[in-house]
Design a protein around this ligand. Structure first.
Ligand code: APR
Length: 388
């Protein structure tokens, strides 16, 4: 079994396969230090925690993760907090930086004898249709090699070799560009509020998400095409404080901006998540915009489903789970996409003719008011916000 990529999807899959006694190797393009320090998501859904606990992979997050169950909306009409952790199914998120989760998963995999090659970039997957797949790999020293396996799992993200190797027409790609861009910032400063902050403002969206006691993520909606480096530190803080309405609700804790980058919000889903003996999981299967923090959670969910199906097939010759893998994952993916799309439309103003934009903006206002006042709306929000 060859697994491409050592992100959350590939590492959960690798650990589960290895624990089931299946011979597998993970091929990862980056080096180990890079994989363990790449700061990305941080909000784990209750289901993700359950999956990791079920397989003994949750020790670190149990010790260092923090429960989080509130978000605050700030608009021209004022602000309110939704205690989503006690609404809906009554479940909070666990905040645990993704690089720490990845480090835990990697350490467990390597310490229990799992095989992984760093600096090994998959170039292409061949023969998936015929059932005799192989992967060509370029090693860090420039040499190329070939790995053969019964199955290949593409967990190498949206720009990996798995997607690139799909022949035209083999799978369908559903795609939407949301037409919105965010400047994502990682700041060396404690969180400024005890909640996820969503600020809806005429100048665009601003977001606040805790990572640790010392690190906070901020997002600023920005013009498409504007480079991340074109913002001065002062301009960033001025814009964050304006949109978060710091003058009214309290200043933001400023700190060194340690990472910045622009994300163009788009989403896609591949269907089916299989081409012969090549299976897709995580971002390789579906890209979801970060507005509702679902990407890593879907990746873990899919990895567990795929691991069980592969183990049934490889250890017991029962291929039914593999046949059903795509159909089992897609409803979860679409539900997450639906909610993420709803969030995007709630948080961002439209562009277009004046009549349409004012109509959409009035709808957004009405939706936020429903969220503030209607218990059933709040329960719906909570269930979808933490759910995968
Ligand atoms: N060959 C080998 N490895 C590759 C290749 C390649 N050609 N291309 C990419 N990779 C590696 C990357 O270096 C990375 O470590 O695949 C890994 C993919 O990891 P992620 O991008 O974290 O993807 P995934 O495991 O699907 O997790 C997805 O996690 O960060 C969140 O929200 C984010 O949705 C995302 C989710």
């Amino acid at each position: 079994m060859v697994v491409l990529g050592a992100g959350p999807a590939g590492l959960v899959l690798g650990n589960l396969l290895h624990a089931s006694g299946i011979d597998c190797v993970i091929l990862e393009r980056a080096d180990r230090a890079h994989v363990q320090t790449r700061a990305r998501a941080g909000f784990l859904a209750p289901n993700t925690v359950r999956v990791l606990e079920r397989h003994g992979l949750a020790e670190g997050l149990r010790r260092r993760g923090r429960e989080h169950g509130a978000c605050e909306f700030r608009t021209d009409d004022g602000r309110f907090t939704l205690e989503y952790g006690s609404l809906g199914r009554g479940e909070p998120h666990t905040v645990y930086p993704q690089q720490e989760l990845v480090t835990d998963l990697l350490t467990r995999y390597v310490d229990t004898g799992g095989r992984i090659r760093f600096g090994a970039e998959a170039v292409a997957v061949h023969g998936a249709r015929t059932g005799r797949p192989s992967v060509t790999v370029r090693e860090a020293d420039g040499r190329t090699g070939r790995w053969q396996a019964r199955y290949v799992a593409g967990c190498d993200g949206r720009r990996g070799a798995a997607r690139a190797s799909l022949p035209p027409g083999a799978v369908r790609r559903h795609h939407r560009d949301h037409g919105v861009s965010w400047l994502g910032l990682l700041v060396e400063a404690p969180p400024s509020l005890d909640a996820v902050g969503y600020a809806v403002h005429g100048r665009g969206f601003a977001g606040h998400m805790a990572r640790t006691d010392r690190i906070t993520r901020y997002y600023l909606q920005c013009e498409r095409g504007r480079p991340a480096g074109s913002w001065s530190q002062d301009a960033i803080w001025a814009e964050l404080e304006l949109r978060m309405r710091a003058a009214a609700y309290g200043p933001l804790h400023r700190g060194r901006i340690v990472q910045r980058g622009v994300v163009d919000l788009d989403s896609d889903v591949l269907e089916p998540l299989r081409h012969g003996s090549l299976f897709l999981a995580g971002d390789a299967a579906s890209v979801i915009s970060p507005s509702a923090a679902k990407g890593a959670n879907l990746a873990v969910l899919e990895a567990e489903i795929l691991a069980r199906a592969l183990a049934d097939d490889l250890a017991h010759g029962d291929g039914e789970g593999l046949d059903r893998y795509s159909a089992r994952c897609l409803p979860h993916i679409w539900r997450a996409q639906d909610f993420s799309q709803w969030m995007i439309r709630l948080l961002h103003g439209p562009s277009g003719p004046e009549g349409e934009t004012s109509f959409h903006n009035a709808l957004r206002r009405s939706r936020i008011e429903s969220l503030r006042t209607s218990r059933s709306q709040q329960d719906w929000f909570a269930e979808n916000y933490v759910g995968v």
